[in-house]
Design a protein around this ligand. Sequence first.
Ligand code: ASP
Length: 316
Amino acid sequence: MKRRKFIKTSALAMASPAILSSDSIRDLQRNTKPVVISTWRFGEKANPVAMDILESGGYSLDAVEAGVKVIEADPEIHSVGYGGYPDRDGNVTCDASIMDDKGQAGSVAYLKNIKHAISVARKVMEETDHVMLVGDGALEFAKSQGFKEENLLTDKALQKWKDWKMEQSLRSEENHDTIAMLAQDKFGHISGACTTSGMAQKMPGRVGDSPIIGAGLYVDNKIGAAGATGVGEEIIKIAGSFLIVEFMRQGYSPEDACWAAIDRLHQRHGGKATFQTAFIALRKDGAVGSAAMNGDYFRYVVSYPGNMEIKSVTKK
Ligand code: ASP
């Protein structure tokens, strides 16, 4: 479908939304599971860990947490956790969010010196009455929960920062990428996780979409879930992940829902948006989909038991 036609079709569909009846929701619940979907090729390393948990009957929340932790711990990945590129002042600061099938949510933003921001986000969800902790408060809370402070800035990332200082270069496409992971377990429970060190060379204090519930991540166990990567400022302004779940509630497929969010970004920029942004979605029946602004180089990884596929977005 050509983009113009798609926008038209989306507009029509939006005019008379087909809100899912409880019968169709029950239909969606008879599905293929377990399933995991994650952003970028990070899923090659992260999905198998999540799938092992799901295949042995584990909970989707444990699966997404364990999956994204693999990427947070990898010093060769410069956009998430340990080894992440620093902000303009040379500090690595992490943003993460997590959401479960019961609609509970937790997140941390601007967290320094803790490798597994996703696990701190889970503690915020499970151990406090709050949804989000930031900066020093998040760090103090993490320490009170037994997390160990460590330097997340590797020699390689430090060298890159020094090079930037020399070049005075601005942020570029290679300097960001987030892992968002959505999973459904054998019992139908959907959970999601999203973690990043954000844009390299960001302004100190800058927080992206990843820890914002509804922007970088959203889960509604009756309908499905969505997650995001790309320019956080743009994703926040359309409440991207929430928007996709709401499109699925209106009857859109996961893929069409993701494209509809990309179209919303285009609409906001007079059809001329070029910044990288990509979404993934998982529907209650196990169907998955994705869309990206620059689909040529975005990849996502989908796993079912015994099967993992690295996929590109299908152009509309
Ligand atoms: N969404 C992340 C942020 O804005 C970065 C990315 O995924 O590329 O912090």
